[in-house]
Design a protein around this ligand. Structure first.
Ligand code: NAD
Ligand code: UDP
Length: 336
C-alpha cells in the first residue's frame, strides 16, 4: 500500500513514517518545511533502511499538491499531519492559522477527490473537547475550543464529517491526540521546536541540557492531587501505531470515525518533572509561576473506544517517554 503523509517531515509524521516503512508500506512525505527539514526524511531512511519519496510542496499550492498526486498514481490513503500547531501564536495570528490549517485541508480534500483517493487519517487534538467537559474525555462529548488553533481543529473535523456525509465513498479517521512526547529510540528523530519551547517536555529537556535556566511550573493551585496541571502524555511511537490501526480500520468502513489517542492516565507537571529527573540522574531547577491563561486543570482520555474498535493500547509508560526524549536531546541530532 502507498501512503502519503502531509506534514510528513514533522514530529509525528516522521515517526509514523518509520512505523509504516517498518511494516512494508510505501511512503511519500509531503511538506513545505515551514516547521521541519528534509533531514528528517534522510533520518527516516537511515533508521529503516528503506527509501521514501519526499516532496517539497505547500498544501496551499493546489497545483503543487495536484502534481504530487498525479505523478504518484496508486496512493491508497493520506495521513494529514500538516498544519500550524502553536496555541499562543494562533491567538496573535488567527488568520494565518485558519488559512493554513483550513484552506490547506480544503485543497487536500478536493485534490484527493479528483484523484480518487478517499481514505484520510486526520491529526485532530484533545483541544476539540469543550473546556467544561469533565475528565476523562469521551469521543461523544460536545466539541468547542478556546483558541484559534483549537477552533481550526473543530472546524476541520466538521468539514470532514460533512464530506463523509455527502459522499459515502469517503472513509476517515479523526484522531484526537492527547500530549505526544518521546522520540524514536534511535535518538535520530524527535520534536525540534523553534526557539523557546511552549510545551512542557521540550522545555524540561532544554533545562536538563543547560540550554535554559529553570523550569517554570504554571500554577500549583489547581484542584488536582499536587495542585499542578494533569495531562495524558503518550509516546509518539505509540501514536504512530495508532495511525496504522486507524488506517486498517477505515479500509473496511465508510464514514468519519473519531478516536482518542492517549494512554488514559494523567500525570501532573510535578510528576513528569520527577520522572524526568530520575531518567537524567539529576535534580532540575524549577520554580512555580502563575497559571498560564487558558490552561485546564486536567485533560486525559477515555481510551475504551480506541481499544475496542482499533485494538489500540499504548505500550510505553512515562519512564520510556522521558528516556527517549532525553536521548533525542543529548544526541545532538535534535537540530533541525
Ligand atoms: P510539526 O510542526 O512537527 O509537523 C507539522 C508539519 O506540517 C511540519 O513539518 C510543517 O513544516 C508542515 N506544514 C505546516 N503547514 C504546511 C503546509 N501549508 N503545507 C505543507 N506542510 C505544512 O507538528 P506535529 O507535532 O508533528 O503535529 C502534527 C499534527 O498533529 C498537526 O496537525 C498538529 O496540530 C497535530 N497535533 C499535534 C500535537 C502535538 O502536541 N504535537 C497534539 C495534537 C495534535
Ligand atoms: N506547563 C508548565 N510549564 C511549561 C509548559 C507547560 O507548567 O513551561 C504545564 C501546562 O500548564 C500544562 C502542562 O504543563 O498543565 C502541559 O502543557 P503543554 O503546553 O505541554 O501541553 P498542553 O496540554 O497545554 O497542550
Amino acid at each position: 500500500m502507498k501512503i502519503l503523509l502531509t506534514g510528513g517531515t514533522g514530529f509525528i509524521g516522521s515517526h509514523t513514517a518509520v512505523a509504516l516503512l517498518e511494516r512494508g508500506f510505501e511512503v511519500i512525505l509531503l511538506d513545505n518545511f515551514s516547521n521541519s527539514s528534509p533531514d528528517a526524511a534522510d533520518r527516516v531512511r537511515e533508521i529503516t533502511g528503506r527509501d521514501l519519496l519526499c516532496i517539497k510542496t505547500d498544501l496551499l499550492d493546489a497545483d503543487g499538491v495536484g502534481l504530487a498526486f498525479s505523478q504518484n498514481p496508486g496512493i491508497d490513503a493520506v495521513m494529514h499531519f500538516a498544519g500550524f500547531k502553536a496555541v499562543g501564536e494562533s491567538v496573535s495570528e488567527p488568520l494565518a492559522y485558519y488559512h493554513n490549517n483550513i484552506a490547506g485541508t480544503l485543497n487536500l480534500i478536493e485534490i484527493m477527490n479528483k484523484n480518487g483517493v478517499k481514505k484520510l487519517i486526520f491529526s485532530s487534538s484533545a483541544t476539540v473537547y469543550r473546556a467544561d467537559n469533565p475528565v476523562p474525555y469521551f469521543e461523544d462529548y460536545p466539541l468547542g475550543a478556546t483558541n484559534p488553533y483549537g477552533w481550526s481543529k473543530v472546524m476541520i473535523e466538521q468539514i470532514l464529517r460533512d464530506v463523509c456525509a455527502a459522499n459515502p465513498e469517503w472513509s476517515m479517521a479523526l484522531l484526537r491526540y492527547f500530549n505526544p512526547i518521546g522520540a524514536h529510540e534511535s535518538g535520530m528523530i524527535g520534536e525540534a521546536p523553534n526557539g523557546i519551547p511552549n510545551n512542557l517536555m521540550p522545555y524540561i529537556t532544554k533545562v536538563a541540557a543547560g540550554e535554559l535556566p529553570v523550569i517554570h511550573i504554571f500554577g500549583d493551585d489547581y484542584d488536582t492531587p499536587d495542585g499542578t496541571g494533569v495531562r495524558d502524555y503518550i509516546h509518539v511511537m505509540d501514536l504512530a501505531e495508532g495511525h496504522i490501526l486507524a488506517m486498517n480500520y477505515i479500509r473496511e468502513r465508510k464514514g468519519a470515525w473519531s478516536f482518542n489517542l492517549g494512554t488514559g492516565k494523567g500525570y501532573s507537571v510535578k510528576e513528569l518533572i520527577a520522572a524526568f529527573e530520575k531518567v537524567c540522574g539529576k535534580e532540575l531547577p524549577k520554580q512555580t509561576d502563575a497559571r498560564r491563561a487558558g490552561d485546564l486543570p486536567a485533560a486525559y482520555a477515555n481510551t475504551a473506544l480506541a481499544k475496542k474498535e482499533l485494538g489500540f493500547a499504548a505500550r510505553y509508560g512515562i519512564e520510556k517517554m522521558c528516556e527517549d526524549s532525553w536521548r533525542w536531546q543529548i544526541t545532538g541530532a535534535c537540530r533541525k
